[in-house]
Design a protein around this ligand. Sequence first.
Ligand SMILES: Cc1ncc(COP(=O)(O)O)c(C=O)c1O
Length: 456
Amino acid sequence: MPEYWANLGVDLHLDLGAAGSRRARVELALRDAIRSGRLAPGTRLPSTRALAGELSLARNTIAAAYEQLIAEGFLAARTGSGTTVAVLPDRPAPAARPVRTPAPRHDLRPGSPDVTTFPVEAWIRATRRALTRAPASAYDYGEPAGRTELRAALATYLGRTRGVLAAPEHIVVCSGYVQALSLLSRVIGGTIAMEDPCLPFHRDVVRHAGAGVMALPVDEDGARTDLLTGAVRAAVLTPAHQYPTGVTLQPGRRHAAVSWARDGGGLLIEDDYDGEFRYDRQPVGTLQGMAPGQVAYIGTAAKSLGPALRLAWMVLPDHLVEPVIEAKRLTDLHTESIGQLALADMIDSHAYDRHIRARRLDYRRRRDLLVDRIGGRYRLLGIAAGLHALLQLPGGGPGEDDIAARAAGDGLALTTLGPQWHAPGTPGLEGLVLGYATPRPAGYPAALDALARALA
Ligand SMILES: Cc1ncc(COP(=O)(O)O)c(C=O)c1O
């Protein structure tokens, strides 16, 4: 059965059978395509001249086939808009797509920045500038480690703002923190300690990459790094602002972590997901700055710009650079290059710094409003930094699930502490992980009103 491609600006794929006249074969192919839904109502067909050229048939043959299908109601001809696929009255309704749950009216779930503030204009300017300067090779396959422009920009930026000791050769650009965690888990293997509580999704990522997960308890001084033993090969930590409790890893625990890694050859995986956002004092330095040979540092653009970019970066100790680059190559060759070039330009032009400063100011105001509205009655943890705080529920009152259910009835989506524990219901501590960056600015006060109602 010969196959033809016709081109009219849109591609049209027709299977012309071998039986019948040429006109009948064209009619049959179009009828089948329309009946099966492959050609949707409204689709514009090629001109008779274009289709005739593509199929090496006479134009009259195509015109006659179109006329026949118009008469049968499969096609519609409108002056000025050519021939289009008609709506068939007896066509079965298209299979229902899975319905997405409607967006809640108010959303205080953590995880996202205010995505309505994505710096569209700055990103477009950076992309235009970067692509104007980029060599043609930028559109070709690239290095698994990432674009040199971005790795150079990050090396300077991370040293300046986060105290990370990073040479561009030690940086690997990847698709989100998730991919960094996945690649490292695969390369390291064995059992990896993860904070308890932590994001359940990240535990799944580590397991999916073939590593085991061990719970590392968290208290008010951060992760219990003093409990790390030789049974684990690596420990994933959120030292600047623990997710979800918001506590900062205290100096004693930092030293314990570094000693464990130095003495036993373990690796510290530092998730610096919201390290740019510190409100009350200078940003807390990174573990990587203390022990670059023992720490795989991971930063992400998910909070600073937007999760949609899927842009993150690892700063690796010497011995992990090659294995991680190889794992990256075997996973997806490299992260797409255009976004990398745009981000490099934004960092070099300081547009990235300006955006983060503006966001920091806004999130700090939101944090203050949260403390004003809720802080008098409830203990709020982790308010010094980041985009979320943990509201600790006192015992004896309604539990987190009851409050979340009441909130849901009022159109407010909340995240409870429960699922973040490695073992469900672990220590009896109940709370709500409040993502105060999530709502649009105009919707934030109303979201807090809804929260107050749920807690009342
Ligand atoms: C603890 C933590 N780490 C990292 C990230 C960022 O992940 P990614 O870069 O894959 O979007 C998030 C996002 O919500 C997070 O909560």
